[in-house]
Each structure stands twice: as structure tokens, then as C-alpha cells.
Ligand binder design. Structure first.
Ligand SMILES: NC(=O)c1ccc[n+]([C@@H]2O[C@H](COP(=O)([O-])OP(=O)(O)OC[C@H]3O[C@@H](n4cnc5c(N)ncnc54)[C@H](O)[C@@H]3O)[C@@H](O)[C@H]2O)c1
Length: 430
């Protein structure tokens, strides 16, 4: 049966006269990616409710948004989420809560007839994922998007275009190394991410981004996985514990951090700045994953969360050459004067920030020009949230629950492999 013809590129996909009613659950720091972009989408989305376990955080967001919102929006405690769905009838629900709680909101919002945009990771274990996929199957006409923003950083878009053009022939091997630095990486060990029950560990919370990226670049999915992981640096027994360096402490005297977290501590008991070398850390900070994809590509992946710089080294080797990408993330800059006694980095070492180089098997290597723009997280977020709030044909295809399930299949299998010490086979998805 022939499907409906594809709309022309640039066509507005939602009714241009309709303003979609938006509810957001989880009003922590990530909520900013959506709430601070409401102003420029006032014609297409209207915030109708906030929901969280913390009234303090919801009230703080109301205050920050008072120039954007015509009037204060209703706030709902988390246990009143279903009531919020009934009262406010949102068309779109954005889920930005702690990872292990996403499923409860995604399923209820879908069942109430709303589209859902859920932060990554879609969820933290196989049972919750199955419940989400079931709810989505029952609601085929509603959208469930997952905000994987790495795909849209300009350097990864360049690599995708090179692969699709066959520049290195058929890819055979992928080597991806992702160091997180002692500012951003350490932050995962100060709050709920440090406990695998809430985050699934970094293999779920963080690596789901990276695994989605590889799946997207290869247009394939993993079938066999082996992983090693341990908490080598953080936690009470970590190698970093002996140092007990005050540079690992997070001070909440920054006005935004103070308002969102310090002022809300008594209300919910959520402590934002736990010492990273204290007991209670179950999340691994040192991860190595080997995987085979269905098409035969072998992946070697590593992540450490205590590196002096943060970014990515990626190499994809194929039948006709190799693509190499290097990106030192400026938005997670450790070389800050307050952390390094005013020392500035040697430009020869710290100067190269981003490069994509093609090495033909027998030809001259060349650097690939990257799109203008800073190519940061913020850039990718803007493009994604624009497409979410104001979808147009030919705009960025935002990942959906199937992409999330593909990525999580690798995360869950790697976690299982760490526990059992054995390789894990991933069954083909239905
Ligand atoms: N795409 C990205 O690049 C990116 C970046 C950062 C965070 N995230 C994701 O965004 C989400 C939020 O992260 P964050 O950094 O804002 O965390 P956060 O801790 O700052 O905020 C989480 C919020 O959820 C609330 N919450 C906790 N349990 C809840 C419950 N049961 N019901 C309702 N609300 C509850 C907390 O009170 C808090 O306000 C996470 O899923 C995280 O993985 C994505």
C-alpha cells in the first residue's frame, strides 16, 4: 500500500495555527535546555504545567521565567502527575527527571494521549524499557522522542556524511575513546548518578549517547558484547581517595546552583554536592567495551571519568581508509585558571580543539572543513529543541524509542557482562 507522499522540505509538520500545550516534569538543571528556549517558540508551544518532587525548584523556575510567561503556570507535586495530565491536557510532555523514574512519566503521558520527549537515557533497565515500548506500540500515532544531541554536533555530522559517501569504503572497525574530565566526570559522583539504581551506571546514563552515535553512524546495531568496568578512582576505596583534594569539591555558592539545589536540600533531601570519595558509589568510572555489530563491524570503546581533559577520539577504519576525529570539548574546560593556579595551557598542546581527518588507504590525508558554529552541546541542543517545538519536514530527525532501545541494548548487555564476566549475545529485536 502506498504511503502518504512525503511533505516538502521546510513544511511545518504540526498545524501552524495550533499552539501545543507543553508540560515539563523534572525541573533540575537540564530543564533549562527547554524552558530557556520557550521565548522563541511562543507561537508554537505554551507551557501549561511544571511537575517535580521539589516545590522550591518549581517556584525558582517560575521566577526565572516570569519575563517569558504571561502568567505563572500551575505546579504539581510528582504524585499528582496523573491529575496534571487530566487537568492540563498537554499535547507534549518533556521528561527531565532522574533516569530511573522516566518510565513512570513516559508511559502515563503516552496513555493520556500526549507526545513525549524524554531525556536520555530513555530508562535504566530492560523491564522498564519493555513497558515503555508496549505503551508506545499501543499509541502508534503519538511521538516519543529521545534527546540524543551528540548526533547533531557538526563534527559527527561530517563523519556521517563521509561514511555515507563511502569515503573509507565498507567500515570494519570502530575505535571510540571518551575521557570525561575531573570537573564534569567528577560531577557524576556527587549526586544520584553515583548510585547505579538511579542512573544504571555510566554505561546507561552516559554511554547511551555514545552508543546511539555509533549505531547512527554505522546504521547498524550490536549483537555480541563483552565489557569490563570498575570504580577505580572515586568512592571510598578509589585510587583518588588518598588525595582528598579540595578541587574535587563542588561549592554551591554560584547563584543558580544555590537557588536550585542548596535552597531545596531540606525539602527533598537531595544533596547535590556529595564528596566524590565518600562511601555509596556503585557507578563505575573506568569502562571498556568490545562489541560486534550485526554487519560485522567490531567496536572498541573506552570511557574514564577522571581525565585532565574531556572529549573524544574516534577512528573508523574501512576497506579503503580511515577517518579520525578529535574533539576536545570547550564546554567542559578543565584548564580553568581557578583550578590550575592561573596556569595557561601550552597552545601547542591545548590549541587543537576539533579536527576530522580522512586517511585514504594509499593517498594523501586531508582535513575535512567543519561547519561554522561552535559545534558544542548548546549548538546541538538548540537545533534539536527547535525541531521538537516547531517540527519542519527535512529538519533534524530526532531519535525515537527504537533508536533508544538499540542504544540501551548495548548498555544493558555491557552491564550484564560486567556482572557475569561473560560475553552477552543480544537477540535480534522484533
Ligand atoms: N541530553 C543531555 O545532554 C543531558 C544533559 C544533562 C542531563 N540529561 C538528562 O536530563 C535528566 C535530568 O538531569 P539533571 O541534570 O537536570 O538532573 P537534576 O538532578 O538537576 O534534576 C532532576 C530533577 O528531577 C526531580 N525528580 C527526582 N525524582 C523525581 C520523581 N520521582 N518525580 C519527579 N521529579 C523527580 C528532582 O527533584 C530534580 O528537580 C536526566 O535524565 C539526565 O540524564 C541529559
Amino acid at each position: 500500500m502506498a504511503g502518504a507522499p512525503a511533505p516538502d522540505v521546510g513544511t511545518v509538520l504540526d498545524d501552524p495555527l495550533m499552539t501545543r500545550r507543553l508540560a515539563l516534569v523534572g525541573t533540575g538543571s537540564r530543564a533549562a535546555a527547554y524552558l530557556l528556549r520557550l521565548g522563541r517558540h511562543a507561537d508554537s508551544v505554551q507551557l501549561v504545567a511544571l511537575c517535580d518532587t521539589s516545590q522550591v525548584r518549581m517556584d525558582r523556575w517560575q521566577k526565572w521565567l516570569r519575563r517569558t510567561l504571561p502568567a505563572p503556570v500551575p505546579t504539581y507535586q510528582a504524585e499528582r502527575f496523573d491529575e496534571m495530565l487530566r487537568d492540563q491536557r498537554p499535547d507534549l510532555v518533556v521528561v527531565c527527571t532522574v533516569d530511573a523514574t522516566h518510565d513512570r512519566y513516559v508511559v502515563a503521558a503516552l496513555e493520556a494521549g500526549a507526545d513525549v520527549a524524554c531525556e536520555k537515557p530513555l530508562t535504566t533497565d530492560g523491564d522498564k524499557l519493555a513497558a515503555i515500548l508496549e505503551a508506545k506500540r499501543n499509541r502508534p500515532d503519538q511521538r516519543l522522542n529521545v534527546l540524543f544531541n551528540y548526533r547533531y554536533r557538526s563534527e559527527f555530522r561530517a563523519v556521517k556524511a563521509l561514511l555515507d559517501d563511502g569515503v573509507v569504503g565498507r567500515p570494519l572497525a570502530v575505535d571510540l575513546s571518551w575521557p570525561l574530565d575531573v570537573v564534569h566526570g567528577a560531577d557524576y559522583f556527587r549526586r544520584w548518578h553515583r548510585d547505579k539504581r538511579w542512573s544504571g551506571g555510566l554505561l546507561v546514563h552516559k554511554c547511551t549517547h555514545h552508543f546511539d552515535l555509533i549505531n547512527h553512524l554505522l546504521d547498524d546495531e550490536p549483537e555480541l558484547v563483552f565489557a569490563l568496568g570498575r570504580t577505580a578512582f572515586y568512592g571510598e576505596h578509589g585510587a583518588g581517595a588518598a588525595a582528598s583534594d579540595p578541587r574535587f569539591e563542588l561549592r554551591l555558592d554560584h547563584p543558580a546552583l544555590h537557588a536550585l539545589y542548596a535552597e531545596a536540600e531540606v525539602e527533598t533531601g537531595y544533596v547535590r554536592n556529595q564528596p566524590v570519595f565518600d562511601p555509596g558509589v556503585t557507578t563505575e568510572d573506568t569502562l571498556s567495551v568490545t562489541a560486534r555489530y550485526r554487519g560485522g563491524v567490531q567496536l572498541t570503546y573506552s570511557l574514564v571519568a577522571y581525565s585532565p581533559w574531556e572529549g573524544v577520539r574516534l577512528a573508523i577504519t574501512g576497506t579503503e581508509g580511515r577517518i579520525e576525529l578529535f574533539d576536545r570539548h570547550v564546554e567542559h574546560e578543565t584548564l580553568r585558571s581557578d583550578l590550575t593556579d592561573g596556569m595557561t595551557p601550552d597552545p601547542g598542546i591545548a590549541g587543537v580543539r576539533r579536527a576530522v581527518v580522512v586517511w585514504p588507504m594509499f593517498g594523501r590525508p586531508y582535513e575535512v572543513p567543519l561547519e561554522a558554529g561552535d559545534g558544542t552541546h548548546g549548538d546541538a541542543d538548540s537545533a534539536l529543541v527547535d525541531q521538537l517545538f516547531h517540527p519542519i519536514a527535512g529538519g533534524l530527525p530526532i531519535a525515537d524509542e527504537q533508536d533508544a532501545a538499540r542504544s540501551l541494548s548495548l548498555s544493558f548487555a555491557a552491564n550484564e557482562s560486567i556482572t557475569t564476566g561473560l560475553p552477552v549475545r543480544i537477540p535480534p529485536r522484533p
